[in-house]
Design a binder for this molecule. Sequence first.
Ligand SMILES: *[C@@H]1O[C@H](CO)[C@@H](O)[C@H](O)[C@H]1NC(C)=O
Ligand SMILES: *[C@@H]1O[C@H](CO)[C@@H](O)[C@H](O)[C@H]1NC(C)=O
Ligand SMILES: *[C@@H]1O[C@H](CO)[C@@H](O)[C@H](O)[C@H]1NC(C)=O
Ligand SMILES: *[C@@H]1O[C@H](CO)[C@@H](O)[C@H](O)[C@H]1NC(C)=O
Ligand SMILES: *[C@@H]1O[C@H](CO)[C@@H](O)[C@H](O)[C@H]1NC(C)=O
Ligand SMILES: *[C@@H]1O[C@H](CO)[C@@H](O)[C@H](O)[C@H]1NC(C)=O
Ligand SMILES: *[C@@H]1O[C@H](CO)[C@@H](O)[C@H](O)[C@H]1NC(C)=O
Ligand SMILES: *[C@@H]1O[C@H](CO)[C@@H](O)[C@H](O)[C@H]1NC(C)=O
Ligand SMILES: *[C@@H]1O[C@H](CO)[C@@H](O)[C@H](O)[C@H]1NC(C)=O
Ligand SMILES: *[C@@H]1O[C@H](CO)[C@@H](O)[C@H](O)[C@H]1NC(C)=O
Length: 526
Amino acid sequence: MATSALNIQKLLALVLLATTTSAVNVPLALAPASEAPVIAAAHVSLSIEGDRWTSWSGTTSGNQFFYNLLDNIKQITGHAPNLRIGADSEDVAMYHSDVNFQQATFPNSTVITPYPEANSLVVGDSYYQTIRFMPPGTHVTWGVNLGANNLTAAYLQTRAIANTFNSPAVKNAGIVLDHIEIGNEPDFYPSRGYRKGNWTAADYVENWTAFANNVSVAAGITPASHTKFMACSFASIDAGLSPTRAFDAGLVNSTSGKLISTISQHMYSGAFCSGGDFLLQGLMDKYTIRSNLTTLVPDIRETRARGLQYVLGETNSYACHGAPGVSNTAGAALWQIDYSLYALQLGVSKLFFHQGIGYKYNMIQPAPLNWSSTTDAPLSPPQAPHIQPQYYAALVVAEAIGMSTTTRVAEVFVDSAVVTGYAFYEKEQLVRAVFVNLNGYFNASAPRGSVHLDLAFAGQGVQGPAAVSVKRLAIDYASDVAGLTWGGQTYETADGRVAGQLNMTTGPVSAGVDIWDSEAILLSFQ
Ligand SMILES: *[C@@H]1O[C@H](CO)[C@@H](O)[C@H](O)[C@H]1NC(C)=O
Ligand SMILES: *[C@@H]1O[C@H](CO)[C@@H](O)[C@H](O)[C@H]1NC(C)=O
Ligand SMILES: *[C@@H]1O[C@H](CO)[C@@H](O)[C@H](O)[C@H]1NC(C)=O
Ligand SMILES: *[C@@H]1O[C@H](CO)[C@@H](O)[C@H](O)[C@H]1NC(C)=O
Ligand SMILES: *[C@@H]1O[C@H](CO)[C@@H](O)[C@H](O)[C@H]1NC(C)=O
Ligand SMILES: *[C@@H]1O[C@H](CO)[C@@H](O)[C@H](O)[C@H]1NC(C)=O
Ligand SMILES: *[C@@H]1O[C@H](CO)[C@@H](O)[C@H](O)[C@H]1NC(C)=O
Ligand SMILES: *[C@@H]1O[C@H](CO)[C@@H](O)[C@H](O)[C@H]1NC(C)=O
Ligand SMILES: *[C@@H]1O[C@H](CO)[C@@H](O)[C@H](O)[C@H]1NC(C)=O
Ligand SMILES: *[C@@H]1O[C@H](CO)[C@@H](O)[C@H](O)[C@H]1NC(C)=O
């Protein structure tokens, strides 16, 4: 008996070693804790570099590929992702009534930055009016120029934006302007040559208020209007300006300051501006994600204490358009799922993932690429419009949210250094859960590990659901740049619509669920 038990133990140990499977108990509360936040349908939204906006939207007709990808999300949650348009380009942009769509000049491409941002941009009314091609009901934030310190320029842009959103084509489609943002990353203005080196929070507030006094009138922003201001948009929490410092300098004290509904901060996990070697596992790391995001907590508290929303108005993996082999991979999709949902737990009410034509960290490449976004090598023929792995992250989060506008999310305690989890509640009842295994699986040199999740319900006297269906974001290797499937289906199609047979498996909750290294799963309870 003793010997055979020992043998079985040895055998078990061998099996465990061979497949590196471990098991964890996962407590799932059947009802949400009181502090579990509501998740917005557009929690995962897009920030779009303004210099090539019409490559996203289309000019005389809409860009159907981009439309379809936004509409896919809308079909899942009822809302297309929100769009924030501008970024660095917003402080370069000038308005001119004679310009058809846009005129931009770009620096030469380099290996580090194959698609640099425009060094000049002039836009006309038709540039803004292409917003009418977005899915009906899309919510928009548009940036105007503060960097140039030219009130007339900001005024003319604002007037063109206001005319656009008051036009019948846009109004009838229910496309609404949530915010105007005055200036992008003003904490970086001295280094960008837009302001003198001793530019302080008080200077920012003075400038912002002077512009907002004008812009609010030009845009019809009042205490009663839907449109409000998104303010701050700071690049870094350590470049001298912060939401808290801006509040202390009186940002929300003025009449215009009271028209701010949302404070925006930007965040990246690092920067590829001068290149460098970044490891994918360094990005997809449970503790880095937590330590990066928790640095925002003091400003989130100050913001929410004033009754304002706090968003990451521009974010993604590594600044300056991403790092090759990291930002454009399946691993980055896993990072995005955990990053988005963990940020919500801290009080971030939306994340605008930054996108530009040919940027490495995009979810979507909506236009043909004439040269490589990772190596700068010419592509002949051009690479057709396509999605990148992070688009699947948006799909996973959208399906977890579902059609309810009051879905609440709580982080699930998973006693693992690599697996993270979130429980989703509708009408106070557990309906779904997302788990992400951030352990990188890079090649077949070793067997792929997995973690067995033993699901244990916690709740008051009620029996939990008996069955669970599992939908998998299947990834061959964390470094893959394509070929992912979501429930067996692909979105890597010419028109951006889903293809293939849906494949989900259903089993008893008591059997638990396995999650492979470098995989995300969506559980739906029945
Ligand atoms: C950009 O590239 C063109 C053509 O290769 C070259 O003539 C020009 O000098 C380059 N400009 C800069 C600023 O490097
Ligand atoms: C805003 O600025 C423009 C251009 O300088 C000016 O014509 C307009 O009167 C200003 N409006 C307000 C309300 O300050
Ligand atoms: C300010 O912007 C207006 C409108 O674009 C432009 O006509 C004017 O030249 C600009 N002023 C300066 C000093 O650049
Ligand atoms: C800011 O810098 C300018 C020159 O760069 C100088 O004239 C001014 O006195 C400085 N202001 C403060 C408050 O230091
Ligand atoms: C913005 O700030 C700069 C320097 O900080 C100042 O010279 C300029 O007058 C300000 N602009 C407005 C419209 O207040
Ligand atoms: C802004 O208003 C608050 C609340 O009334 C006040 O405590 C604070 O001193 C004001 N700040 C500035 C810079 O005026
Ligand atoms: C995020 O984490 C990375 C890796 O530890 C670190 O280099 C970076 O400074 C962090 N960023 C912030 C804003 O905490
Ligand atoms: C790619 O080439 C096409 C055809 O010449 C051109 O219309 C398009 O603007 C180019 N794309 C970029 C991003 O430069
Ligand atoms: C395979 O992946 C492991 C990490 O999981 C790495 O150490 C090793 O270098 C990789 N081998 C190859 C051939 O890429
Ligand atoms: C469906 O998914 C399961 C689990 O990932 C897999 O074992 C099975 O082969 C898939 N079936 C089909 C028809 O693809």
